[in-house]
Each structure stands twice: as structure tokens, then as C-alpha cells.
Design a protein around this ligand. Structure first.
Ligand SMILES: *Cc1c(COP(=O)(O)O)cnc(C)c1O
Length: 450
């Protein structure tokens, strides 16, 4: 709890200083008294809100090692709060001039991480909307053609395809949760696939689809390639990936479009995804004309290249500030944080792999660990996973549960699991750099559940 209270105090001081500086920018305006309805009752309402917020898992703490949740960097929340004093709207330059320019700069830095200098891109409300834009453009390029993604791809791809009225099919994965290239090739042979979605960092396992093999198939069959790196994209900067994942990340720049979520591993508050297109001329699909939009200059307004209209300028300010503090470079502090997360995952994986009570899932390719409870049958293992999950929570350790194909746990030696028979297993996303120094404590509390 200490760390949370400590950084909150710093946030307040930092914010006060920055706010002073911002006020000076508008010092020439005549003074006025803002009208704040309910002003005198705010403290009481906020106290009530704080009480309500206590009904949460402690996402900020290293003992929260469950889902993809972590607090934004203090500079991000401070910059966001600072921008809130203006509440800019990045739809148009008129609504958020400075924050639009900051968005362009921040997005350019993300694109540069993938080796792109000429591209089209912008922030979105999140990964789902960013993927929607990618698949919408894909559908414009190849109307009526199929979208395919692996069985372990994010569930929203099939839903987005339905919204766009594009046919969707999923492609089998191998036992490590990566797209199976032979299965992809047989889907391609049918001749009706317009777009392949490769996931670099699946949500459940952090598995990295074999992008180099997929690119070979693109050379043979020709299709649009979208990379969903909402979770994994920033691992482009990590220097401790194993060879398969490294080969995939090395070629990410050959995709036609890429999605990455600054609000997952980019230290941002929710409401920050990013879509990038390699070909800047994709902007033509966004062209629109609206009587109530207010594009008053002939400079590019981000609303002209985005499906969403109003977007939080504060998100762009927070992202810009974070990347200013922690540039997206290999070997930098930000990259080192990712490397520590991955190291933590490797530690936990080896701990569960050597514990006879557990069966480790596939070795982590990023920073997500999965393991099942050893039992003679799948159903028993699933029940025990639920018990371990509950008992861990009672001991202050917060894990996640996942339903994964039983075949991912080869070490369990379950008799011939069907391709799709699933087991409930434990899952831990070790996305906070502090997780590395807490691994022993996490392991101890996990053993205490047995
Ligand atoms: C989280 C995630 C998404 C969805 O992104 P949101 O920001 O939650 O909308 C899509 N794809 C992958 C691989 C993800 O991990």
C-alpha cells in the first residue's frame, strides 16, 4: 500500500508545479470564477468513491499477478490530469491543437519502433477499436474476402468481422499456442482469404505467431497481413526473447498494419490503443465530409484519418510525456522493464515446472505463465485450479484462471486429449517490473495453497 500512497503524494506535487506553469500560459485572460455545482459536497462524495474503490484487487501491487493490469506510470497520470484542465479533443486541431501535435509525435515514435518512418497512424480508445480500423481497411481492400486468425487470437477478431460483415475463420494452433502454418496454408489454398491476422503475443499465453513463416506464405499466396500486437508489440524492444519470438518481432515491419496498446504494456491509463498502416495512402478510405465538423485549417486533422470522432487529447499528452521520459529504445529504461517482466515469467515457469504438484504450460514467449494442477484427469485438474486460485487470493496472491486446450499441458500425460478439450489452468501475467524481485514471495504463497 505504501508505494501507492507514496507515489500519489508525488503525483500531487508534480501536478501542482506543472499546473502552475500551464496557468501562466493563459495568464493574459481576465480573471473569472468558475461555477462548480455541488462544490461544497465534493469531498464527501470523493470519500465515498474511495471507499467504493476499495472493492478491487490491488492491481498496483506485485502480489497482484493475475490479468493484464497495472497502474500507469506516474508521469502518464500526472500529464493526463494536467491536460484535464483543458480537456482537449483530438478530433480536430480546433479541439486540441497541442495535444494533436503531441499525438502525431508519439505515434511517430511508436511507428519508428517497428522501423516505419512513412506510415499512417493514430491513437484509438483501445486495441479492439484499433483492430476494427485495421480490419475495416482490409475489408475495403478485399471486399467479401475472408479474415483468418488463430484459435488463440483475441476473441474480438471474429466479432469485429461480423460487425464488418466479413467472413471469418479460425486457424488451428500447435501445442504452444502459435498459429499452425500447415493449417494456415490449407485455409489459403481455398483461395478466399483476403487477410491474415498474426498475433504477436496472444492474450492468454503471450504466444507469438510464426511471422516469418506467415510472410513466406504471403509471398506464395498473396494476402493482406495484419499484426495484432496489442499486448506484445513493445517486446520489439526487448533483448531477451528466445529465437522463434525474436524472428517474428524482427519482421513485424513487413506487415500491412499493426495494432499496439499503450494501455497494456505502454504504461498508460485505459483509453489508449494505436493503429498503424504501412501505406500512408490508406488515408483515402477515411475521407468524409460532415457539416458539423470544424476543420478550419488545411493541416491534417486526426479526425480525418480516424473512425472515431471525439478522442481524449489527454491520452495523447500522457503518452507523449511517458515516451519523452522513457524513450522507446532498445537498452533504455522502458525496454529494461519489459526484460525484467520476461525474466520474472521465466523464473515462475521454472518454479512451477519443477514442482510435482503442477504441470507447466508452454514456456513463456513473453511475460505470461500458465500452469495446470497435476491430476489424473482433466476435470479434476480444473477443479483443483479453481481451489488454488481461491486459496491464493485468501493469502493475498492474486492469480488468473484460463481455459486452454488440454493438449497445451503435455507433461500432464492426460490420455489423448481431443484437439479442443479444455482444462482450467492458472495464469499469471507478470507485467510489472517489480514482479522479478517478488517471485520468491509469489512462489511461497503459491506453495502455501497446496
Ligand atoms: C487486449 C487485446 C486486444 C483488445 O484490446 P483492448 O484494448 O482490450 O480493446 C486485442 N488483441 C490482443 C492480442 C490483446 O491482448
Amino acid at each position: 500500500m505504501d508505494s501507492m500512497i507514496q507515489s500519489a503524494t508525488n503525483d500531487t506535487e508534480l501536478l501542482a508545479e506543472a499546473l502552475d506553469r500551464l496557468k501562466r500560459e493563459f495568464a493574459s485572460l481576465p480573471g473569472y470564477t468558475p461555477e462548480v455545482p455541488g462544490e461544497g459536497r465534493m469531498a464527501a462524495v470523493l470519500a465515498e468513491a474511495a471507499l467504493r474503490l476499495g472493492d478491487n484487487f490491488p492491481y498496483f501491487h506485485p502480489l497482484y499477478a493475475g490479468q493484464m493490469l497495472k497502474p500507469p506510470h506516474p508521469v502518464a497520470r500526472t500529464a493526463y490530469a494536467l491536460a484535464m484542465n483543458l480537456n482537449p479533443n483530438n478530433h480536430a486541431l480546433d479541439g486540441g491543437r497541442a495535444s494533436s501535435h503531441m499525438e502525431v509525435e508519439a505515434v511517430r515514435e511508436i511507428a519508428a519502433m517497428f522501423g516505419w518512418s512513412e506510415f499512417l497512424g493514430h491513437l484509438t480508445s483501445g486495441g479492439t477499436f484499433a483492430n476494427l480500423e485495421a480490419l475495416w481497411v482490409a475489408g475495403q481492400m478485399a471486399p467479401g474476402k475472408k479474415i483468418v486468425a488463430s484459435e488463440q487470437a483475441h476473441y474480438t477478431h471474429s466479432r469485429i468481422s461480423a460487425v464488418l460483415r466479413l467472413p471469418f475463420a479460425s486457424v488451428a494452433t500447435g501445442d504452444c499456442g502459435r498459429m499452425d502454418l500447415a493449417a494456415l496454408e490449407s485455409a489459403l489454398a481455398a483461395g478466399d482469404v483476403g487477410t491474415v491476422v498474426a498475433t504477436l503475443g496472444t492474450t492468454a499465453l503471450g504466444a507469438v505467431d510464426p511471422l516469418d513463416g506467415i510472410l513466406q506464405l504471403r509471398a506464395k499466396y498473396g494476402f493482406r497481413l495484419h499484426v495484432d500486437a496489442a499486448y506484445g508489440g513493445y517486446f520489439r524492444l526487448a533483448s531477451n526473447l528466445q529465437a522463434d519470438a525474436q524472428r517474428a518481432f524482427d519482421r513485424i515491419g513487413e506487415a500491412d498494419s499493426i495494432v499496439v496498446d499503450p494501455h497494456k504494456h505502454g504504461l498508460q491509463p485505459y483509453g489508449c490503443g494505436c493503429i498503424l498502416f504501412r501505406d500512408p495512402s490508406m488515408g483515402r478510405w477515411y475521407k468524409h465530409d460532415s457539416p458539423y465538423t470544424y476543420f478550419t485549417s488545411n493541416q491534417l486533422h486526426l479526425g480525418e484519418i480516424s473512425l472515431e470522432c471525439s478522442r481524449a487529447g489527454a491520452s495523447a499528452v500522457a503518452l507523449w510525456a511517458t515516451q519523452r521520459l522513457l524513450p522507446l529504445v532498445r537498452g533504455g529504461e522502458f525496454a529494461q522493464g519489459l526484460e525484467r517482466s520476461r525474466e520474472a515469467a521465466l523464473c515462475l515457469h521454472s518454479i512451477v515446472a519443477s514442482d510435482p504438484h503442477f504441470v507447466a504450460g508452454p514456456p513463456p514467449e513473453l511475460d505470461i505463465v500458465t500452469w495446470a494442477v497435476r491430476a489424473p484427469a482433466v476435470a479434476e485438474s480444473s477443479n483443483s485450479a479453481q481451489q488454488v486460485f481461491d486459496r491464493a487470493a485468501e493469502r493475498g496472491l492474486h492469480l488468473a484462471l484460463a481455459h486452454l486446450p488440454a493438449r497445451f499441458f503435455a507433461g500432464a500425460h492426460w490420455p489423448n486429449p481431443q484437439h479442443d478439450s479444455s482444462v482450467t489452468c492458472l495464469r499469471s501475467v507478470l507485467m510489472k517490473p517489480e514482479h522479478l524481485t517478488w517471485i520468491d514471495e509469489i512462489a511461497q504463497r503459491l506453495r502455501d495453497t497446496l
